[in-house]
Design a protein around this ligand. Sequence first.
Ligand code: PMP
Length: 352
Amino acid sequence: MSWKENVRKVVPYVAGEQPQNKNVIKLNTNENPYPPAPNVKDVLCGFDYASLRKYPDPDVSRLVSALAKRHGLPEEQVFVGIGSDDVLAMSFLTFFHSDKPILFPDITYSFYDVWAKLYEIPYECQPLDENFRIRKSDYKKENGGIVIANPNAPTGVCEGPSFFEEIVKANPDSVVIVDEAYVDFGGESCVPLIDKYENLLVVQTFSKSRALAGLRIGYAMGSKKLIKYLNDVKFSFNSYTMNTVTIEAGVASVENEEYFRHITAKIMETRENTKKRLAELGFVFQDSKTNFIFASHKRVPAQELFDVLRQNEIYVRHWNRPRIENYLRISIGTDEEMKTVLDFLEHYLKGK
Ligand code: PMP
């Protein structure tokens, strides 16, 4: 027998490319085109580097407390981690521990099936309808848990809290995770439901709306029981997930609500203008309440557009997967970046 037989073999998630070339217009990973809040810079520039000799606070109290205050929750209802990927991975490990399959849409964040396979959790994908909408009835059967991104990614399609309330109500024996990575761009959060339903966990991130993808902060909100179980698993895995610099910079970001509102509003405005021009250019897409648009051209294949954009230093995302192979996911950049991309597309499509 070879040692290789004992290895846990996994096919990893592939994140969007991070090109080294600074000239690229980078619309492929839904990053925020604006810098983080200016008081984050103040914290980083004034950081007492000598304090790094000590371990960070394992409870991450300052950040948990800032987030609890921001969402009007007690601290015992907030859990933080290294980006929402870490929070979601920890949540799969904690809550999806049954022989029954967990349920999530066939078109969604492609990390869900990777974690399911990693932890050997059985899963069953539920097909979105032809308009990329989730069918509620698919989530009313026996299951070992449910995870849904809302707004969904990469489709951008959003449902309201009452939609999720019905799913949570129908599943009192499972934990339902709503991944709200993109909710700050015009979606409505399910957070107000967590006091009503002990089995609902809502996950958010600093990576998109707070322009802090590089810092890695994500968090979950839920009943005190859910958060206690999450912390038990976290402390059985790694006591110090968050580092000292990140904790302080994260607190500064949460404290600057005005800047947060300003940049999210700006991105929504740019998104609405981008929708108009994309439609004029012959693209079709579902209404997006995120910082990206998932669009397909009426005549020109997505692969062709992806390739020609890339050759011209414009990066968007394309998946060669059933049902979505003819779509491009275009993140919303600055007005100037979007103008360059749209002008380029207009010019290219004229000859088609
Ligand atoms: N959920 C969804 C739906 C996402 O698109 C992403 C970003 N790739 C994440 C979670 C993870 O984001 P982060 O780890 O940066 O918080």
